[in-house]
Design a protein around this ligand. Structure first.
Ligand SMILES: *[C@@H]1O[C@H](CO)[C@@H](O)[C@H](O)[C@H]1NC(C)=O
Ligand SMILES: *[C@@H]1O[C@H](CO)[C@@H](O)[C@H](O)[C@H]1NC(C)=O
Ligand SMILES: *[C@@H]1O[C@H](CO)[C@@H](O)[C@H](O)[C@H]1NC(C)=O
Ligand SMILES: *[C@@H]1O[C@H](CO)[C@@H](O)[C@H](O)[C@H]1NC(C)=O
Ligand SMILES: *[C@@H]1O[C@H](CO)[C@@H](O)[C@H](O)[C@H]1NC(C)=O
Ligand SMILES: *[C@@H]1O[C@H](CO)[C@@H](O)[C@H](O)[C@H]1NC(C)=O
Ligand SMILES: *[C@@H]1O[C@H](CO)[C@@H](O)[C@H](O)[C@H]1NC(C)=O
Ligand SMILES: *[C@@H]1O[C@H](CO)[C@@H](O)[C@H](O)[C@H]1NC(C)=O
Length: 478
């Protein structure tokens, strides 16, 4: 019984309302164009004479009229867009294509009118500083083409977010810019549907339980994601975390995590190896007592044939540069144990992670360590030549594209200080790929403190581990 209803609505809608509205919009646009042309020609032609002041006043009156009209037009289009949106919500499955097209058309028109609106002097401005009258701020000039994100997206919150926001009072901000250029990655455009779903919320209300959608967007390159003006969901009963002398090696309270988007619903399940519901690369890393406790501290068994191990110990690595290693980044998949151990050696380590299949960020934070929520797509948010150490394990391995590996290694090189250490921990790949990967690491021309290749004893002996401690050289002559 829904269909005829929708068809009827659409019939009326298409036949009468839309055509009248489109005609009306064009008429208004034309009149605005004429008025604003008149207004700009006047401001060009009238020379600086004694009657300048009077002219300015009449201009400002015209300007005010135009602004009021434009404001009304914008409001009307916004109302019409809301109606269209409601219609689309009524029949989400069978949203007719022309209705979508109509919506996009309205969004386009709104974009154009908003740019006209922005180029008009503001009401307060005309009263207070008449002299700034002709100088439209360069950032506010209407664009010729509509390839702006604000013209591409239909959801109001995205349009508001990406619009360049000039600083108030015409001042520069602390970063020396005249405006704030909020940005979304270009891949956001390819994921229009998901991004619009993500930004579809009520301002000031609780957000949807959609961090997983957000992470999907980030992992697929829509990074940075726009901010939102809704309250993110928190665990319903957040208990205070354990004190720092206990939190490091204790499973956190289950109530401090929202489990809805994970396959496990508690930490016991994540620890249990047989349920295998966590992230496959890190099936054991919630087992703090047995699996995590000895890592990087206790000597593991050597490979029986080569008498080598790919697992270096923290004390032997820190002894390469006694007292010099103070801050670092751990780019790994895990629950923060590396940072926990380094803390015992008075080294502050930030753990980069995304929540792949398990609450890694929550776990790291509840242990009392710093999780840096970061995908591999992004330039690392540290300044050049700042960190003493970068450690990586289970993250880079045989899946990674060679060019991508190059970009990542050069970025790590950028943030490492001269004399800083790059700890490649158990990188693994197929035997036949090894020499190509090793070339990629050699390109850095780092000093080799340790460099081992150990056969990986599962998977039919086809894979190898590679571990190294490399030191960034000083490059004094460049
Ligand atoms: C900011 O505006 C001032 C004056 O309009 C201009 O001189 C300056 O170059 C602008 N700075 C930037 C970063 O755009
Ligand atoms: C942790 O510290 C608090 C006081 O700071 C103390 O009461 C508690 O017993 C300590 N816990 C452990 C396991 O040492
Ligand atoms: C943990 O979750 C599993 C299912 O994921 C459930 O079978 C088990 O009873 C839960 N344990 C506790 C202590 O809540
Ligand atoms: C967990 O599973 C992995 C892979 O199947 C295995 O290597 C490991 O020994 C298991 N750990 C435990 C505690 O059963
Ligand atoms: C681990 O999971 C298996 C299979 O789901 C279950 O039989 C076992 O009781 C679990 N062990 C613990 C300690 O939860
Ligand atoms: C952690 O793994 C060990 C075996 O390596 C296992 O005996 C123990 O039960 C696991 N811990 C938990 C909490 O399941
Ligand atoms: C393996 O190396 C250790 C020292 O690293 C040495 O003590 C041991 O004898 C070696 N074992 C064999 C079989 O070569
Ligand atoms: C870490 O710092 C504390 C306090 O400064 C000191 O007592 C401790 O010996 C240091 N630990 C190491 C491993 O250097």
């Amino acid at each position: 019984m829904r269909k005829p209803n929708v068809v009827m609505k659409l019939g009326t809608f298409r036949g009468v309302r839309s055509s009248i509205f489109i005609l009306g919009t064009f008429a208004l646009l034309i009149s605005i164009a004429t008025l604003s042309k008149f207004y700009s020609i006047r401001s060009l032609l009238v020379p600086d004479t004694f009657c300048d002041h009077i002219n300015r006043e009449s201009q400002s009156m015209i300007g005010n009229e135009v602004r009021v009209t434009v404001d009304i037009v914008v409001q009307k289009i916004q109302k019409e867009m809301n109606d269209v949106r409601d219609l689309l919500v009524d029949s989400p499955s069978s949203s007719p294509p022309h209705l979508l097209k109509y919506g996009a058309f309205l969004a386009d028109i709104l974009g154009l009118i908003e740019s006209v609106q922005a180029s008009l002097p503001s009401n307060e401005g005309t009263h207070e500083h008449n002299n700034d009258f002709k100088a439209v701020h360069p950032l506010l000039k209407p664009k010729q083409q509509s390839d702006e994100p604000a013209d591409y997206f239909f959801i109001e919150e995205i349009r508001k977010y990406v619009k360049i926001k000039p600083n108030r009072l015409g001042k520069q901000n602390f970063m020396g810019a005249n405006a704030t250029f909020t940005s979304i990655g270009h891949a956001c455009f390819a994921m229009k549907k998901e991004l619009e779903e993500y930004m579809d919320y009520d301002v000031g209300e609780i957000c949807n339980d959609d961090w997983k959608l957000a992470q999907k967007l980030m992992v697929h390159g829509c990074d940075p994601l726009p901010r939102r003006r809704c309250f993110s969901r928190a665990p319903q009963l957040y208990m205070k975390p354990f004190p720092i002398n206990e939190s490091m090696w204790k499973l956190p309270d289950n109530r401090n995590v929202r489990w809805s988007q994970y396959r496990c619903k508690n930490f016991t399940c994540l620890v249990n190896n047989t349920t295998r519901k966590g992230f496959f690369k890190c099936a054991d890393c919630f087992n703090l007592s047995d699996h995590e406790m000895p890592r990087w501290i206790k000597q593991v068994e050597l490979d029986p044939i080569t008498n080598l191990t790919a697992d270096f110990l923290i004390p032997e690595v820190l002894d390469i540069k006694p007292g010099e290693i103070r801050i670092g980044l751990d780019f790994s998949v895990g629950t923060g144990t590396f940072a926990a151990r380094m803390k015992e050696f008075n080294v502050t380590v930030v753990s980069a992670t995304v929540n792949l299949g398990a609450p890694f960020s929550e776990m790291i934070a509840l242990r009392g360590l710093v999780p840096l929520y970061l995908t591999i797509n992004q330039r690392i948010p540290f300044f050049d030549n700042t960190l003493d150490i970068i450690h990586t394990t289970r993250f880079l391995d045989g899946w990674i594209d060679f060019v991508l590996l190059d970009f990542i290694l050069y970025d790590w090189d950028r943030v490492l200080r001269p004399g800083g250490l790059l700890w490649i921990d158990s990188f693994f790949c197929l035997k036949e790929d090894l020499s190509d990967y090793l070339e990629a690491f050699k390109v850095l021309r780092y000093k080799k403190h340790k460099w081992v290749i150990v056969p990986k004893r599962d998977k039919d002996d086809r894979e190898v581990f590679f571990s190294a401690i490399l030191e960034k050289p000083a490059r004094p002559f460049r």
